[in-house]
Design a protein. Structure first.
Lengths: 115, 115
C-alpha cells in the first residue's frame, strides 16, 4: 500500500531564516506531487505541483520554491522566511495520468510558525 | 470554470442526531466530486468520491453523499453523529481544464458534536 511521510510535524523559525520541508511517498511510482498551504479560515491553497523529477509548476508567486530531486521526494524551501509564511503545509500525491477523478492522498502536515 | 460552495462554515449537532453538510457546485459538464475530512493538525482524508456511477455514494465512517444534478448539489450526510466526527469537512470538485491538479476545494465546514 502507498504511504506518504511529511516532516517535521511542527516548526518554529525566526523571520529571515531558511526553510526546508520534506515529503516522501512509498509504494507507488511516478506520482503527481503537491504542496498546499492552509491558513486559518482560508481553505487550501495550492502552492506547487510536480508531474515528474525536476518538473515543478508554481501556482502562486511567493517567497517559496519547490524541488523534486527524486521520483518520490518533494521538498518545499525558502531562503528567507516572512511572517506571512506561517501556516499549515500539506504534501499530497495522486496517481499520474488520471486527472479528473484521481483523489489526493495527504500527509499529516507541518505546522510552521514564523516569529 | 468549475467552482464549489460549502453553504455553512460551521454546523453544530448533538451526538446521535443526523448530520447534513451542504455543498453546491458549478460545472459545465459532469464533474467528479469528493468529500474530505480533516481532524485538528492532521492531513485530509478522503471520505468518498462520486465519478458518474451511482448517484448515492457511500463512504467511510457511515457517511454518504447524494449527487443531484438538477440541484447541482453534493450534500454529505450521516444518520447519527459521533463525537469523533467533530472535524473540518471539505467538498471538492474536479476540473480537468485546471492546470496542475484538477481539484478545486471548498472553504470547509467545521462540524461540532456535543454530548
Amino acid at each position: 500500500s502507498q504511504t506518504i511521510h511529511q516532516w517535521p510535524a511542527t516548526l518554529v523559525q525566526p523571520v529571515g531564516s531558511p526553510l526546508s520541508l520534506e515529503c516522501t511517498v512509498e509504494g507507488t511510482s511516478n506520482p503527481n506531487l503537491y504542496w498546499y498551504r492552509q491558513a486559518a479560515g482560508r481553505g487550501l491553497q495550492l502552492l506547487f505541483y510536480s508531474v515528474g523529477i525536476g518538473q515543478i509548476s508554481s501556482e502562486v508567486p511567493q517567497n517559496l520554491s519547490a524541488s523534486r530531486p527524486q521520483d518520490r521526494q518533494f521538498i518545499l524551501s525558502s531562503k528567507k522566511l516572512l511572517l506571512s509564511d506561517s501556516g499549515f503545509y500539506l504534501c499530497a500525491w495522486s496517481l499520474a495520468g488520471v486527472r479528473d477523478n484521481s483523489p489526493l492522498h495527504f500527509g499529516n502536515g507541518t505546522r510552521l510558525t514564523v516569529t | 470554470a468549475q467552482s464549489v460552495t460549502q453553504l455553512d462554515s460551521h454546523v453544530s449537532v448533538s451526538e446521535g442526531t443526523p448530520v447534513l453538510l451542504r455543498c453546491n457546485y458549478s460545472s459545465s459538464y459532469s464533474p467528479s466530486l469528493f468529500w474530505y475530512v480533516q481532524h485538528p493538525n492532521k492531513g485530509l482524508q478522503l471520505l468518498l468520491k462520486y465519478t458518474s456511477a451511482a448517484t448515492l455514494v457511500k463512504g467511510i465512517n457511515g457517511f454518504e453523499a447524494e449527487f443531484k444534478k438538477s440541484e447541482t448539489s453534493f450534500h454529505l450526510t450521516k444518520p447519527s453523529a459521533h463525537m469523533s466526527d467533530a472535524a473540518e469537512y471539505f467538498c471538492v470538485v474536479s476540473d480537468p481544464n485546471q492546470a496542475g491538479t484538477a481539484l478545486i476545494f471548498g472553504k470547509g465546514t467545521t462540524l461540532s458534536v456535543s454530548s
